[in-house]
Design a protein around this ligand. Structure first.
Ligand SMILES: Cc1ncc(COP(=O)(O)O)c(C=O)c1O
Length: 360
C-alpha cells in the first residue's frame, strides 16, 4: 500500500506508478550487473540497450519515419529555444513565430538574439485564451521556419490545425508529446522537455528530420544537432537515468495500447473535468473555445480569491494536490498528463461539483 496522491502538477509531473515500481525493483542491481542504472557507464552494453530500446519504442509509439533522428539532449526545452534556430537558420536569418503564451514568448526572445523574427499570429489580446488564426500570407517565403508551441501549458490551449505553408514547421511539444496522435511528417523538428509526459526532468527529446541536421557549420559542439546525431546522443555523457525512466514510460505506454489508446483516455479525462467546470455556477474555464482547449492543462477560476484559495486547500485535504494556477492566470490549473489516472480526473470532477453545490 502506498499513500500516493493525485498530483495535478504542470511539471515535473506524475509518473505512472508501475514505472516507479519497476525502477525501484531494479534500483540496486540492474539485470544482474550488480549496479544501479545510475552507476552504469554510458558506453556499457546495458546502457546501450536502454538507449536503443528508448529510441525504438518512441519511434514505434509516435510512428516516427526513418528519415527522422531521435536525440536525447540536456538543457530542457529552454535550451531548444536557442538551439533550434541556431541549427535551422538560413542565410536570410528570417524566422517566423506564432505567439500563444509565455513559452512562445521565451522562444521568440531567444530567436531575436540570432536573427530577424516576425510574429505572424498572436493571441495576447485575450490573455492567450485562444489559438490565433494564421494567415498564410503573413508567413515569409524565405523564412527558415515557422515555430509554434503545440500545447500551451500555462494558458491551456492547443493547436488542432497547423499553419498552411511549405516552410519547415518547428514545434515545442513539451506538454503535448505522446498525449494524442500527431503526424510527425508535418514537422521538421519537434522538441520536448521530459518532465511532463516522458519522464523525469533532465532529458529533452528532439525529433529532427535528416535534412535539418548539419545546415549550419561551425556551431559550438554542444549546440550542434549533428554532433549528437553522429554520436547517437553520446557526444558527451547523456542523462542516463532520465533516459532509462523514459524508456520505462515508453514501455508502459506501449502496454496501454500506445498513443492511440492514451488519446482516447485523455479525451475522456479532459471532458470530465471541463464538464464539471462548465456546469458549475462559480467556476469558469480560461479557454472558452472547445476546439482550442488543451487535453493536458485545464486552467479555471472563480471570481473571488477567497473561493480560489478555499478550493485549493479543501482539494488538498481530499488528496487532490498541486492545483494552484500559474501566477499569470491565477485560480487553478489541472494538469492531467498521461500518468494521471482516469480515477484522478473523476475525483477532481466530483470535487468541483460538490464544492460548487456547497458554495454557489
Ligand atoms: C511548453 C513549454 N515549453 C518549455 C518549457 C520549459 O521547459 P524546461 O524547463 O524543460 O526548459 C515548459 C515548462 O513547463 C513548457 O511547458
Amino acid at each position: 500500500m502506498t499513500n500516493r496522491v493525485y498530483n495535478f502538477s504542470p511539471g515535473p509531473a506524475m509518473l505512472p506508478e508501475q514505472v516507479l515500481a519497476k525502477a525501484a525493483s531494479e534500483m540496486l542491481d540492474y539485470k544482474g550487473s550488480g549496479m544501479s542504472v545510475m552507476e552504469l557507464s554510458h558506453r556499457s552494453v546495458w546502457f546501450s540497450e536502454i538507449m536503443d530500446d528508448a529510441q525504438h519504442l518512441l519511434r514505434e509509439l509516435m510512428h516516427i519515419p526513418d528519415n527522422y533522428r531521435i536525440l536525447f539532449l540536456q538543457g530542457g526545452a529552454t535550451m531548444q529555444f536557442l538551439m533550434a534556430p541556431m541549427n535551422l537558420m538560413n542565410e536570410s536569418k528570417k524566422m517566423d513565430y506564432v505567439n500563444t503564451g509565455a513559452w512562445s514568448k521565451k522562444a521568440i526572445a531567444e530567436a531575436k538574439k540570432l536573427g530577424d523574427v516576425k510574429v505572424v499570429a498572436d493571441s495576447s489580446d485575450k490573455t492567450f485564451s485562444y489559438i490565433p488564426v494564421i494567415d498564410p500570407y503573413e508567413i515569409r517565403k524565405d523564412a527558415a521556419f515557422i515555430h509554434i508551441t503545440f500545447n500551451n501549458t500555462i494558458y491551456g490551449t492547443r493547436f488542432t490545425a497547423l499553419p498552411d505553408t511549405d516552410i519547415p514547421l518547428i514545434t515545442d511539444m513539451s506538454s503535448g508529446i505522446l498525449s494524442e496522435v500527431i503526424d510527425v511528417r508535418d514537422y521538421a523538428l519537434i522538441y520536448a522537455g521530459a518532465q511532463k509526459n516522458i519522464g523525469p526532468a533532465g532529458v529533452t527529446v528532439v525529433i529532427v528530420r535528416d535534412d535539418m541536421i548539419g545546415k549550419n557549420a561551425n556551431l559550438p559542439s554542444m549546440l550542434d544537432y549533428k554532433k549528437y546525431a553522429d554520436n547517437n546522443s553520446l557526444f558527451n555523457t547523456p542523462p542516463t537515468y532520465a533516459i532509462y525512466i523514459a524508456k520505462l514510460v515508453f514501455e508502459f505506454l506501449k502496454k496501454q495500447g500506445g498513443v492511440e489508446a492514451m488519446e482516447k483516455v485523455n479525451r475522456e479525462k479532459a471532458k470530465m473535468v471541463y464538464e464539471a467546470i462548465d456546469n458549475s455556477k462559480i467556476f469558469c474555464a480560461h479557454v472558452a473555445s472547445e476546439k482550442d482547449r488543451s487535453l493536458m492543462n485545464i486552467p479555471f477560476f472563480a471570481d473571488s480569491e477567497e473561493i480560489n484559495s478555499r478550493f485549493l486547500s479543501e482539494a488538498e485535504q481530499n488528496g487532490l494536490l498541486t492545483l494552484k494556477g500559474h501566477r499569470s492566470v491565477g485560480g487553478m490549473r489541472a494538469s492531467i498528463y498521461n500518468a494521471m489516472p482516469l480515477e484522478g480526473c473523476r475525483k477532481l470532477a466530483a470535487f468541483i461539483k460538490k464544492f460548487d453545490s456547497e458554495n454557489a
